[in-house]
Design a protein. Structure first.
Length: 364
């Protein structure tokens, strides 16, 4: 492990930070990503690039940075997905802290310095910085719905936020991502906390609540430290429809992890209804993503998958707990209750075309 945390005369906390970057076919953005780490004002870092079987120039970009900077460590792996890549980074990390950064995102220059200093000053178990969503412009993260400034959260406040997430999963992003935050390596490694490689989506939520089960406090820093690139099409691996549609529904494992966390906090807490509501909310979000990619080759597979899902007893039980408020879908849950899979596909495709501005209307 790295050195003990302490504060030097310049108010810089001394502790090695392992910055883990999973890399997969992101050559267009990767140099900006790595440069943003190399240029950090906080210099006690190791940069771990996990090349996840890239087939573009990403592999060579990683090697070039490792050759010219001894802080950079490169590992070339066969493609196993971002969870496997992050797990490999955890295994070889040497720092007091772990920070995850996606290969197409980038940091503000003071990011790591601010996070480590906050950790030193507030003694929190995880430090989370604010971020911009980057596309053609930079827009706010959505954290402003809950946070008006810096905030130290104990278990009671963490539970309060978790309930907000269950009520509106797409509007409370604090624990929806693993990037942009400082984890204590000791908590991760002592408790063998890793990403679930069976999950294709929402693996970050599961990881966060697994970690929070061993943590007592979270500090939110209301300062932009991270820039998260938003892709307005289906190029993201977490959105693209593959052979196994079940992988798109990783939130079920994430919700189970959340339920364990909440029950450990208060064994008498009745969270079943909130979990059921969140299940339906997240199902609709994922169905919109899937149905936006319907074509002649996959439409029957998608139809059969939806038909089976909406007929399962557990799903129909969760439908009873769905309680829409402003902005929530009202039509799709009705179609789910009526088991109208074809109609669900049509409505969700329409929503996807509208949301992702998709101009090529694939035939259903």
């Amino acid at each position: 492990m790295g050195s003990e945390l302490k504060n030097n005369g310049d108010n810089l906390s001394v502790g090695l930070v392992s910055i883990i970057i999973p890399v997969y076919n992101c050559a267009q953005y990767l140099p900006q990503c790595i440069e943003s780490v190399v240029n950090q004002t906080y210099k006690n870092i190791e940069i771990i690039l996990i090349d996840d079987g890239s087939t573009d120039e990403s592999r060579n970009i990683c090697d070039r940075y490792a050759q010219k900077d001894n802080q950079v460590v490169v590992v070339h792996e066969e493609n196993g997905g971002p969870s496997a890549a992050r797990n490999k980074g955890i295994e070889i990390s040497k720092g007091d802290f772990i920070f995850f950064l996606d290969g197409d995102d980038y940091l503000e220059n003071e990011a790591i310095n601010l996070l480590v200093t906050c950790c030193n000053q507030n003694k929190a178990d995880i430090i989370i910085g604010d971020f911009y969503k980057v596309n053609e412009t930079r827009v706010n993260s959505g954290h402003e719905r809950f946070f008006y400034g810096d905030k130290l959260m104990g278990n009671e406040q963490i539970v309060e936020y978790a309930i907000c997430y269950l009520n509106k999963p797409n509007r409370f992003p604090l624990f929806a991502y693993s990037w942009g935050r400082l984890f204590k390596t000791s908590i991760i490694k002592n408790n063998k906390i890793f990403f679930n490689t069976d999950l294709h989506t929402f693996e970050d939520v599961a990881f966060n609540f697994n970690y929070l089960g061993y943590a007592n406090s979270v500090f939110f820093l209301k300062t932009i430290i991270y820039n998260h690139r938003i892709h307005s099409n289906y190029s993201s691996a977490t959105m693209a429809v593959g052979d196994n549609l079940e992988q798109m529904f990783g939130y079920r494992s994430a919700l189970a992890e959340m339920q364990r966390y909440l029950k450990n906090y208060d064994s008498n807490m009745d969270v079943g209804k909130k979990i059921g509501h969140a299940d339906i909310c997240l199902t609709i979000i994922q169905l919109v993503r899937i149905c936006g990619q319907i074509n002649h080759d996959n439409k029957e597979k998608i139809y059969q998958f939806i038909r089976k899902m909406i007929g399962s007893p557990s799903f129909r039980g969760d439908l009873l707990f769905y309680s829409p408020t402003k902005g929530d879908s009202k039509i799709v849950p009705i179609l789910m209750k009526l088991r109208l899979a074809w109609s669900i596909m049509i409505v969700c495709k329409y929503k996807a075309n509208k949301r992702y501005k998709k101009t090529n209307k694939n035939i259903i």
